[in-house]
Design a protein around this ligand. Structure first.
Ligand code: PLP
Length: 478
């Protein structure tokens, strides 16, 4: 494809994207194809001769679109939101076009330096402790700083690797077998995966109870650490969550932080979804204790209008991270500074991700971003008030931000299972479930870039109507 052909096709693609965004609310939100649907529809091998843009796009319409679940639909209420926005897309387009691989400073100085600047901007906006910033107000370089990882799971993994490096510094390697990590049973599964990858398989999962709104039991954590120390083990790492995936529980960071400081453990805080609300004064109380934390992440690609991938991670001191991940063969040596981001992540190559975040922060401005978050928090409150008008339904965990966990009252799980399947089959909304204390619970996650009040009201009407149908069908079956 030559330049002029690209110019034309790219304009057509932008038109296609605009049409998609103007109409995606009409599309069935959850794809209804069966596993393996695509293989019989596409050739067995790559084409030997060139095909043109239009014929590829025809196949996009005919074969790809039916298999798309529309995360950017305003009626998408599943998982957590994964925002996109036009400024982010423009930044992404530019990043793709420049295609830098900014593993070290000289590899593309702007790629490194913009990331440092944008992460400091965002860190300040989130009111993170100054120790998390790369540069203080006087422009003095600190020990910490921010880095954009591909996902929250990668952020958790590198924090664990840094914690392990710190814990094992000056110790015999054999001690690695005695390391213990801790999390609550409500923490994201990525913590277990990080332990699997890091070869520190001993992770103690502390149960969180409904009496404490599913938050991490800090007292039980301290008991577990003491027990393990007495047993000759090496407690080294705790992950706590602000906004757990199942129910948006908030772990007591300040309490846990005092414990990790006392026993010398690394504390990682996973605020993948809710972390961005640290910029709102009315949400700041959830973030108390961050000055006791070693690493903190929130995903720009969840609720900050920045398309996947953009996991924003800060560390108070980058030295353990570099101790765990720094490796510089001859061909990578050269002019640089202390910020070669290859030393802050697992892969060598890295995309110019900060461009899209920079486009977002500049195009919206912080005031509009705050409005955007408050808008969804208000829609969450609206949905709670709608549920409360219906005695057949109950809310099963404190609703927080845009996440509301609810179920049909009654002993069994089947009714709520049927309710959710009926809602999702309609194509008019998509929600997923979780399990809380063995109960099947529907999760309404509000935060899509395009979601407005009318979409939440329509989802509520659909849920209410499906509840009527499910209860009637069950009464008939009895
Ligand atoms: N942590 C929490 C609290 C999450 O809710 C999620 C995903 O929803 C993750 C981590 C994993 O995020 P990622 O897909 O960026 O690895």
């Amino acid at each position: 494809m030559g330049i002029e052909e690209f110019r034309k096709n790219a304009k057509d693609m932008v038109d296609w994207i605009c049409d998609y965004y103007a109409s995606n609310e009409e599309l069935p939100v959850r794809s209804e194809v069966e596993p393996g649907y695509l293989r019989p529809r596409l050739p067995q091998t790559a084409p030997q001769h060139p095909e043109n843009f239009n014929s590829i796009m025809q196949d996009v319409h005919a074969h790809i679109m039916p298999g798309i679940t529309h995360w950017q639909s305003p009626n998408f209420f599943a998982y957590f939101p994964s925002n996109s926005s036009f400024p982010a897309m423009l930044g992404e387009m530019l990043s793709t076009a420049l295609s830098t691989v900014g593993f070290c400073w000289i590899g593309s100085p702007a790629t490194t330096e913009l990331e440092t600047i944008v992460m400091d901007w965002l860190g300040k906006l989130l009111c993170l402790p100054t120790s998390f910033l790369a540069f203080d107000e006087q422009g003095k370089r600190g020990l910490g700083g921010g880095v954009i990882q591909g996902s929250a799971s990668e952020s958790t993994l590198v924090s664990l690797l840094a914690a392990r490096a710190r814990a094992l510094a000056g110790r015999p390697m054999d001690d690695a077998g005695r390391l213990v990590a801790y999390s609550s049973d409500q923490a994201h599964s990525s913590i277990k995966k990080a332990c699997m990858v890091a070869g520190t398989p001993y992770v103690r999962i502390i149960p969180a109870s409904p009496e404490h709104d599913y938050a991490f039991d800090a007292v039980a954590l301290e008991e577990a650490i003491r027990e393990d120390l007495e047993a000759g083990l090496l407690p080294f790492y705790v992950t706590a969550t602000i906004g757990t995936t199942s129910s948006c529980a908030v772990d007591p960071i300040a309490h846990i932080g005092r414990i990790t400081q006392q026993y010398g453990l690394w504390l990682h805080v996973d605020a993948a979804y809710a972390g961005v609300t640290s910029m709102l004064p009315e949400c700041r109380h959830h973030f108390e204790g961050l000055e006791l934390v070693d690493s903190f992440i929130t995903n720009g690609h969840k609720w900050l209008l920045t398309n996947f991938d953009c996991s924003c991670m800060w560390v108070r001191n980058a030295e353990p991270l570099k101790a765990a991940l720094s490796l510089t063969p001859a061909y990578l040596r050269g002019k640089g500074n202390d910020l070669d981001y290859k030393d802050w992540q697992v892969p060598l190559g890295r995309r110019f991700r900060s461009l899209k975040l920079w486009f977002v922060l500049r195009s919206y401005g912080t005031e509009n971003i705050k409005k955007f978050l408050r808008h969804h928090i208000d829609l969450g409150k609206l949905f709670v008030s709608l549920i409360q008008t219906d005695a057949r339904l109950e809310i099963v965990a404190p609703p927080r931000w845009g996440l509301i966990c609810f179920r049909l009252r009654g002993p069994g799980n089947e009714a709520t299972t049927e309710l959710l399947e009926r809602v999702n089959k309609s194509g008019k909304a998509f929600l997923v479930h979780t399990e809380l204390s063995g109960r099947y619970v529907a999760r309404m996650a509000i935060g899509g870039s395009l979601t407005q009040e009318r979409h939440v009201r329509a989802a509520w009407q659909l849920i209410s109507q499906c509840a009527t149908e499910v209860l009637a069908a069950r009464a008939q079956r009895k």
